[in-house]
Structures are given as C-alpha cells and as structure tokens.
Write a protein that binds this ligand. Structure first.
Ligand code: ATP
Ligand code: FE
Length: 386
C-alpha cells in the first residue's frame, strides 16, 4: 500500500511517499526559517503564505523522487491537527482535493501520534518496543511524558506547566545570539556547544569571573510536571543585569552582542539544565509506572524535534544504563533518526498506515482539529469524527 503524506502544521512544508512494507520512497521538507528569522519565531501569516507557495512543488517533488505517478498512490494522509489552524488548512485542502479527484481514500493524522510512532518505521523489526512503554515527546509545541499502551492509546503522565522545551531552546538561542542555521535555532545551539569542548558550563570562563554564569534551575523537583519558562527568565535577568541593551532580551528588536566565552558558557549551561530536567522526570516516570501502575517499562521512545539533539541522546542513554537493575538488559531507548525527529511527512504517511490497511478512512468533509489532545485519539480514530 503506497501513501502520499502531507504535513503543514507549523512552519515546514512537507510531502513524502511511504509504503506499508516500511519503505521511505521520498521525503521532501521545505524549511521556512529564513522567513521567520526577523519575527523571532513562527509568524502564522508568513507560515501560511509559505505553505501556499511551496506545497504544490513539494508534492510534485515527492512523487518525482519516489518515481511514483499520482494515480499509483493508494491513499492520501495529511496532518489534521494539532497545529496552527491556517497552516493545517493549506495541507488539508490539498490532501482532500487530491483524494477526491483521484477517488482515493483519505486519512487525517494526529501530528503528535505521528511523532510518537516514527520509531516503528525506522527501528529494525526484531528491536521494536513492546507495549506498554514510555514515550517522551519533546518538540516546538509540546513537552509530554506518555504511557503508550497501543498505537492509539496514550495516557498523559506529565506535560509542561508553561512553555515547551523546543520553544525555550529557540528563545535562549536567539537571546544568546546563536545564528539561525539550516536546521533551525535549537539545532544551531546544540551545534554551537558541540563545536567546542563538552564540559558542563556551570563555571565562568577564565577572565569573566565577575559575571559568573547563572545556574539554570531544574524546577518542580519531585513532581512529574515539566517547567521550562524559568530557564529563559533566568537568562533574561542575567543579560539585563550584566549586558544591558536598549531593548530587553525578550524583545524581537534585541540584538545580542556577547563575548564568545560568555555565549558558549551560557549555551552549555542552559543545554545541560534543559536535558537534566528531562532525565529527572523520566526517572520519576519510570518509578511511577512501577509503583502506581505495576508496569515494568522495558522501552522508552523519544521523538519530536528536540530528540534530534545528540547530547540528549548520550545523556539519557547513560542514565538508563546506570539505573537499569539488569545491566545486561538495560531499559532500551529508541529514537527516530535525527532527520525524522523534526517535522516531516514520512511520519504522517506512516501513522495513517494501520487505518488504510484496515480499510478505515475519513470522509472528504472531515474538519481540522487545531487543538486535539492526544488522549482523545482512541475516541476519534474509528471514523475521525470530532
Ligand atoms: P509540535 O510537534 O509540538 O507541533 P513543531 O512541529 O513546531 O511542534 P518539531 O518540528 O517537532 O516542532 O520540533 C521543532 C523544535 O525542535 C524547535 O523548537 C527546535 O528548536 C527544536 N530542535 C530541533 N533540533 C534540535 C536540537 N538538535 N536540539 C534542541 N532542539 C532542537
Ligand atoms: Fe512537530
């Protein structure tokens, strides 16, 4: 079964062709970072215009790269939600129109379910995770710790009280003055740190002791909930005190101009606190599953844009090896390859596959769900009705 997937929930315009025997025939991602740079984040109108401009070309290229003619596609999948309404509507209208005119079945996919299921496409068949397991979804819009008991059943154990980890990576990278690279701000911050040595950045660089680097907090200790806003407010206070400028650090007009050693120490210290919080909550989550649910979790799936961070992969891997009672069989950590952690249409096509194969699909008039709690998937998956 061959699926054309379309993704347009945020700023990337994506199209891909994936088959039911786990082949990724094409994967087109058109990034818009350059369009959003001057706004300091995703601007919805600019993002909508970007999708309108790029989607037709992306679909054409996905078909061309896969060497698949459009009438050879068996089903069309698109992101139904959650996401920015106007952005979702560009992808959804394209998918519906294509499906209706080609007389093909249509499936509207939950974007976060798609992030969560990506490892089932990319992990060797003999190493797939066994239910129930923990899923950590860390992205631009979400910070979720889930107990997954089937491809459509996700219990939310924890979410963020304020901002998502990805958004805070973006804000901190901008405040420090890390340049927007090809892969976006979060990835640029990681790259900036990894280009230099990887010691933890809690000490001030030589010669800069008088502006000692702040300790980024790990908040809400002992509870499962995440909190990330305090990381950028800590940085904001530090910058206002030590490097005052005509605009506050949170303003889009703020132009950071920090000495290199300070910039590096801040980036390092922030990254280690942001990932440290994930480590702490993951350990609490594993303990909660054992004590409250009597579930012995054997696998942890980590996905979403921030999961492409290699420092995070190394740190969490070390932690799980350290705490696993059976050293020969540690709790296994599964990640999609970094390029499939950030938004893509491969994951959308793949997440639709079970429904297509079961002969289940959506009506061409199905509505969007820009807000769509992942726990409601079980209720809505059958006919896609809200
Ligand atoms: P959501 O999936 O919640 O709707 P989104 O689709 O906008 O949000 P993703 O594309 O899944 O988000 O992830 C993008 C986020 O991941 C951005 O905030 C980006 O900064 C962050 N990110 C990407 N690569 C890295 C990295 N290497 N290290 C840290 N953060 C990263
Ligand atoms: Fe996403």
């Amino acid at each position: 079964f061959t699926v054309l997937g379309i993704e347009s929930s945020a700023d990337d315009t994506c199209a891909a062709i994936v088959t039911s025997d786990r082949q990724i025939l094409s994967n087109v991602v058109v990034k818009q970072h350059d369009l959003h740079e001057s706004f300091g984040g995703i601007h919805p109108f600019v993002a909508i215009e970007g999708h309108q401009k790029n989607l037709a070309r992306a679909v054409r290229k996905a078909l061309g790269d896969a060497k698949v003619a459009v009438w050879e596609v068996d089903g069309i999948a698109y992101t139904r939600g959650p996401g920015i309404g106007g952005c979702l509507s560009v992808g959804s209208n394209a998918a519906k129109t294509l499906a209706a005119s080609l007389n093909k079945p249509l499936v509207g996919v939950h974007h976060m379910q798609a992030h969560a299921l990506t490892p089932f496409l990319t992990t060797p068949l003999d190493s797939l995770p066994t239910y129930p397991f923990l899923t950590l979804l860390i992205s631009g819009g979400h910070t979720l710790l889930l107990l997954s008991s089937s491809p459509t059943s996700f219990k939310v154990l924890a979410t963020t009280c304020d901002e998502s980890i990805g958004r805070v990576f973006d804000k901190v990278a901008r405040m420090i003055g890390v340049p927007w690279g090809e892969k976006g701000l979060g990835a640029s911050l990681e790259e900036f740190v990894s280009q230099h040595d990887d010691r933890d950045g809690t000490t001030a660089p030589e010669g800069w002791e008088e502006v000692a680097i702040p300790t980024f907090p790990i908040p809400m200790r002992g509870t499962l909930s995440f909190s990330y806003a305090c990381l950028h407010s800590t940085l904001e206070r530090y910058l206002s005190n030590h490097f005052p400028s005509s605009h506050p650090p949170s303003s889009p007009l703020y132009t950071p101009c920090l000495p290199h050693p300070i910039k590096l120490a801040l980036a390092r210290s922030f990254q280690s606190a942001a990932i440290g919080q994930l480590e702490e909550k993951l350990l609490l989550g594993l303990r909660w599953c054992k004590n409250e649910m009597n579930v012995d979790v054997r696998h942890v799936v980590i996905s979403g844009g921030v999961a492409s961070n290699l420092y995070l992969r190394r740190k969490l891997g070390e932690t799980l090896r350290r705490i696993s009672p059976d050293k020969d069989k540690p709790i296994e950590l599964l990640f999609p390859p970094p390029a499939l952690c950030t938004d893509n249409a491969v994951m959308i096509a793949w997440a639709s596959m079970d429904r297509f194969l079961a002969g289940d699909h959506d009506d061409y008039s199905i509505e969007l769900r820009s807000k769509w709690p992942i726990e409601e998937l079980d209720l809505t998956s059958a006919k896609g009705s809200a």
